[in-house]
Each structure stands twice: as C-alpha cells, then as structure tokens.
Design a protein. Structure first.
Length: 235
C-alpha cells in the first residue's frame, strides 16, 4: 500500500500548530533537558543515571505528549474527521506520531549531550533508542485513544511515566519479591542492560537479545494501538 507523504506532512503541520499553542503540554519537553544539564554539572556518570534521564525523556515526551495530542483530537472531535478522510490508518497514525518522534529524538540528544553521556558504540545505542521511542509513542497513542479528554489523558499516563522512568527500582524490590523478576524484561530495563553491555565492549551481536525483547514490546504496542484505533473508527 502506497503512503501519501503529502497527507502525512499535512497531519504533521497541524500537530505542530496544536502543540505550539498548548503550553501545558509543550513545556514538559524541557524537563529532561534541564535535569540532564543538572546531572552533567554534578559529574554523574553512571549508566543507571544516564538512562534514568533518557527513559524519563521517553515517558514525558514520547508518551505524555503523544497521549495528550491524540486526546486533544478526540476532545475537539477532529480525530473522527481524520478517520473518515481518505487517509489510511498508516498515514494517520504515522503522521500523528512523526512530530512526537522528532521531538523525542531532539530531547534525548540534548539530554545525553548535557549529561555528558558518550556511549562507546553510538550505532548500537542509536538503534536501541529509536526502537524504544517507537514503543513509547505507541503506548502514548494507545492511551490517547482510550482517553476522553486531555485532562484524563494527563492522569492515566502518569503511571506509565513512573513505571518506565523509575522501573529500575523494581529490580531492587525483586530481590525481596521474586514475582517482580518479570520487571527485568521491561523495555526500559532492557535498554539499561544493553547500554551496560555496550560500555563493556559489546557489539550488535552481543546485545541482540535485548534488541529483540525491545522490538517485541514495540510490535505488541503497535498491534494494540491499531486494534484500539480501528475500534474507535466504528464506535
């Protein structure tokens, strides 16, 4: 199926205008960058701290912003118009995700730069970050489709931000509660594990397991998002 980039670009431009007018949502993109600058001046260099900031950027930008943008479309009843337009599901979801993806990459880059995180193998880390961003954007889209308003979206997205930003603390709790060992397979913790291996000199072959798990999360999140989207089309 051919994708009309003209339609995707039109959706992107509309989202940018909506985003720039919503200061309550747009202001959150600066928080991870400010924290990155703060930790960078403190000289913090641990992998866990660097990826606490990166995972926080994913939660606050890729998930929170995306969730609020989709919920705002629903609240204004403009999403229904998009669904009934000639644009395909891929064009609509892709266009609605493109702005968030670009912002996520920019925020993560500046967060890493200001926190002075310099991975040994930037190619491996870049692939992992791109895959992770797709997962968080899909989750944001899913929650946005579920929400009825921006206010509701900003509430239901908070547990996701907490779990996936601070999920590394679950590994500590898992020592006492073995059932929490499943948390080790969360994409944010797999990203930390991958980065740790990269710092030890691992190449793509050495982190294929972590990349496969993150990719699995991406596929599952995208499938659930498409199902929810098509359900909203017939509501």
């Amino acid at each position: 199926m051919m994708i009309s980039w003209k339609r995707v670009n039109a959706i992107l431009q509309k989202d940018f205008k909506d985003f720039s007018r919503n200061l309550a949502v747009s202001s959150v993109i600066f928080f991870p960058i400010i924290l990155g600058a703060f930790y960078g001046r403190m000289g913090v260099e641990s992998i866990e701290t660097h990826f606490l900031l990166i995972n926080m950027a994913f939660g606050m930008v890729a998930t929170f912003v995306q969730c609020c943008l989709i919920a705002e479309e629903k609240e204004k009843n403009t999403l229904r118009g998009l669904m009934l337009s000639p644009a395909s599901t891929t064009e609509i979801l892709g266009g609605k995700s493109l702005l968030t993806f670009i912002m996520t990459m920019v925020v993560v880059f500046f967060t890493m730069f200001l926190a002075e995180y310099k991975p040994i193998n930037i190619a491996v880390i870049a692939v992992a970050i791109i895959l992770s961003s797709l997962f968080y954007i899909a989750i944001g889209t899913l929650l946005g489709l579920y929400s009825k308003s921006v206010m509701e979206a900003s509430v239901i997205v908070m547990p996701v931000i907490i779990v996936f930003s601070l999920g590394s603390f679950l590994t500590i709790a898992a020592e006492k509660y073995p059932i929490l060992q499943v948390a080790n397979y969360l994409p944010n913790l797999q990203l930390i594990e991958l980065a740790t291996k990269v710092e030890a000199g691992a190449s793509f072959a050495g982190v294929i397991g972590e990349l496969a798990i993150i990719l699995g999360w991406v596929i599952a999140a995208v499938i659930l998002t498409v199902i929810m989207y098509r359900k909203r089309m017939v509501d």
